[in-house]
Design a protein around this ligand. Sequence first.
Ligand SMILES: Cc1cc2nc3c(=O)[nH]c(=O)nc-3n(C[C@H](O)[C@H](O)[C@H](O)COP(=O)(O)OP(=O)(O)OC[C@H]3O[C@@H](n4cnc5c(N)ncnc54)[C@H](O)[C@@H]3O)c2cc1C
Ligand SMILES: NC(=O)c1ccc[n+]([C@@H]2O[C@H](COP(=O)([O-])OP(=O)(O)OC[C@H]3O[C@@H](n4cnc5c(N)ncnc54)[C@H](OP(=O)(O)O)[C@@H]3O)[C@@H](O)[C@H]2O)c1
Ligand SMILES: *[C@@H]1O[C@H](CO)[C@@H](O)[C@H](O)[C@H]1NC(C)=O
Ligand SMILES: *[C@@H]1O[C@H](CO)[C@@H](O)[C@H](O)[C@H]1NC(C)=O
Ligand SMILES: *[C@@H]1O[C@H](CO)[C@@H](O)[C@H](O)[C@H]1NC(C)=O
Ligand SMILES: *[C@@H]1O[C@H](CO)[C@@H](O)[C@H](O)[C@H]1NC(C)=O
Ligand SMILES: *[C@@H]1O[C@H](CO)[C@@H](O)[C@H](O)[C@H]1NC(C)=O
Length: 583
Amino acid sequence: MIFHAAFVLSLILSSTAVQLPFRYNEPETADSSSSSYQFKWPIRKVAIVGAGAGGLVTYREFTRQGFQVRVFERDSVPGGNWHYTEEVPIDAPIPNLDPSIADFRPSLPPEGAPWPYEQRLDGLEPKVVRDIKKEHRAPKPIFDRLNTTNPKQAQQFREYPWPDYAPISPTRNHVQRYIRSYASYLGINSNDDNPDISYNTRVERVDKRYTQDGEEAGWTLILRQVTQTGSNSCKIRWWTEDFDAVVVASGRYGAPNIPRIQGIQQWANIQPNLLIHSRQYRRPEAFANQSVLVIGGSVSGPEIAQDISVTASKVYLSVRASEGSILTESRKRYLSRLPQNVSIVQEIKSFHPLPDDGEGLRSGVIEFVDSTLLRGIDRIIFGTGYRYGFPFLPQFHSSSLRPNETIPTKSGKPQPLVTDGTHIRSLHLDIFYIEEPTIGFINGKCVNNGIDTFSFSEYTSSALAKVWAGHARIPSTRKMWDLHWKRLEDAGGSYGKSFLLLGDIRERERIRQLVGWLNQEAVEYGGHQLSAPAESRYEIARIWAISQFPAYFSNQNITGFTASEFLNGNQIAEAWSLSRDDW
Ligand SMILES: Cc1cc2nc3c(=O)[nH]c(=O)nc-3n(C[C@H](O)[C@H](O)[C@H](O)COP(=O)(O)OP(=O)(O)OC[C@H]3O[C@@H](n4cnc5c(N)ncnc54)[C@H](O)[C@@H]3O)c2cc1C
Ligand SMILES: NC(=O)c1ccc[n+]([C@@H]2O[C@H](COP(=O)([O-])OP(=O)(O)OC[C@H]3O[C@@H](n4cnc5c(N)ncnc54)[C@H](OP(=O)(O)O)[C@@H]3O)[C@@H](O)[C@H]2O)c1
Ligand SMILES: *[C@@H]1O[C@H](CO)[C@@H](O)[C@H](O)[C@H]1NC(C)=O
Ligand SMILES: *[C@@H]1O[C@H](CO)[C@@H](O)[C@H](O)[C@H]1NC(C)=O
Ligand SMILES: *[C@@H]1O[C@H](CO)[C@@H](O)[C@H](O)[C@H]1NC(C)=O
Ligand SMILES: *[C@@H]1O[C@H](CO)[C@@H](O)[C@H](O)[C@H]1NC(C)=O
Ligand SMILES: *[C@@H]1O[C@H](CO)[C@@H](O)[C@H](O)[C@H]1NC(C)=O
């Protein structure tokens, strides 16, 4: 049965529409111009770190507002997370490294060397050349059969919609092609030879620059480019460039997280290749006829467990109860579609000492929190997530601080951006670093858990461009801190994993507040007006979710009748393609 689109729409809207305030009236904006932040130097030249979805949108916003822009991308092509390769990232360190170096250790020329500095490496094994390039570019963390967790309409650059013929649930390859074609549209794809962007170029450090009189003047980037010159040789070049401001669009998933479970390190020492992080997973064939333990019950864990279940002899998924987390409900969706033959097991208490008998992991014993034991595992995959880290800003990391601790104000030292990697702190509106508002973050707040970069980075990058161009104001440093401390207090006095999570409804409010604020400022200070995301975007995502997770939704009375009454995914997709007014 095919539903008429308008019928479905009216049902959904009538039951789920939420009244959202349009006027920006949160206290996070400047209340009068006298209390607004005064930038110490004019901002014209801006660096963007990264050419994923977020970096590309940022490039678009800044160029159209007249800034001089340079984008630096460590990979050879745009696309970020979506640049799939068979080449896998380097092994995730066990135990975790300090977040400030968990993505990469900055590589600098010898001390005192003149800029630019060039190193030519010859006579290397081809594998060594490959490893140098791999460490430099960092292969991305997606697997072969990965599909998106959102319909295309919710994963769209607003000015560059998906083509009609693209499926509503794109594969990773569709997304990669979509992002690359957007980069071509902007003229900064890797084959465009555009001097606005430098590929194969990693930002190693971002340092404050001073005038001869000791006045703060901006930022100097230390850049490193790797070029392969032959099968046995490569060239590494370091140089510096000066900027007035820096946008960090380096993504959220550079530093893997492996929990500190008792005994794990000894297992990893004996069998380093048998314990991998989800970012290293590519395809199920490598697990044929093996017994696999996957750890983590969010998205990577269940999705990989499902993918592997086709070839593996047995799959276990270790899920820990995180009741009270704002994410608990959305996580249940992925668990609800696991194949029957994936067994959910408890959180792991310890790995018993592994005999070094050449049997792999098979003879090892794993103990769960309820004291039950599991033996006979061949491989372990950690779907235990990622941590924040910005290796090019080591001066703003402080890993010894606990989530409930801050730097004493009296010390005069800046509050850090990153401590234990579970969160990013000290941001105003999750965008401006309060200590240094000429450093901005595109995905600093993982808007909806980092998922909505395609559409929402338009708002975060607009905020940065408008404030830096003088078309919008942010409050004084003191006011920004007051607001931040208030927010921390509201979060129970402790930062942590949930500090940044708002939940769907408040996320939506946030975006509308951002739009409302920027538009009010534009009336006073000039610049273009923004429009809020179409409400239907959220409704499409909702209907799509119902089609993707029938088991989860079948018990819920969503639209006045139970979801199972209209659960055919194709029909829903078709219904939506009929009502494309605002797409
Ligand atoms: C496994 C997985 C699946 C996902 N699935 C979805 C999904 O289905 N739908 C969805 O919307 N989102 C999904 N996401 C979220 C994903 O992060 C976003 O889709 C999107 O890629 C974010 O864009 P970004 O530009 O912020 O970051 P990224 O795409 O990560 O891009 C960051 C870029 O910065 C570059 N970079 C990093 N450090 C440096 C440096 N020091 N110097 C120079 N360049 C640097 C990187 O090479 C990269 O190209 C998924 C994430 C993961 C990990
Ligand atoms: N498109 C796709 O198909 C796809 C596939 C994979 C990932 N993604 C995206 O990628 C991003 C990252 O997802 P992710 O799943 O890799 O990371 P994640 O969402 O951070 O989840 C990590 C999970 O590991 C759990 N965990 C941590 N330590 C554990 C332990 N000791 N024992 C058991 N569980 C433990 C965490 O539980 P706690 O919450 O209790 O800490 C959490 O559930 C998300 O945005 C996701 O949507 C998308
Ligand atoms: C992703 O989508 C493709 C094409 O629709 C499908 O063949 C594949 O099985 C899907 N992957 C997963 C993991 O479900
Ligand atoms: C897995 O086992 C099946 C049945 O015993 C066998 O046919 C197949 O070749 C095995 N595959 C691998 C990759 O060992
Ligand atoms: C597990 O279930 C999946 C999907 O239902 C199926 O393809 C696979 O063959 C099953 N694996 C085993 C070992 O039974
Ligand atoms: C911070 O939390 C730890 C436990 O995680 C506790 O021991 C400590 O007393 C707390 N510190 C403050 C300042 O509240
Ligand atoms: C679903 O909700 C509607 C309206 O809220 C109500 O009239 C209806 O009885 C509910 N149906 C079920 C099966 O609970």
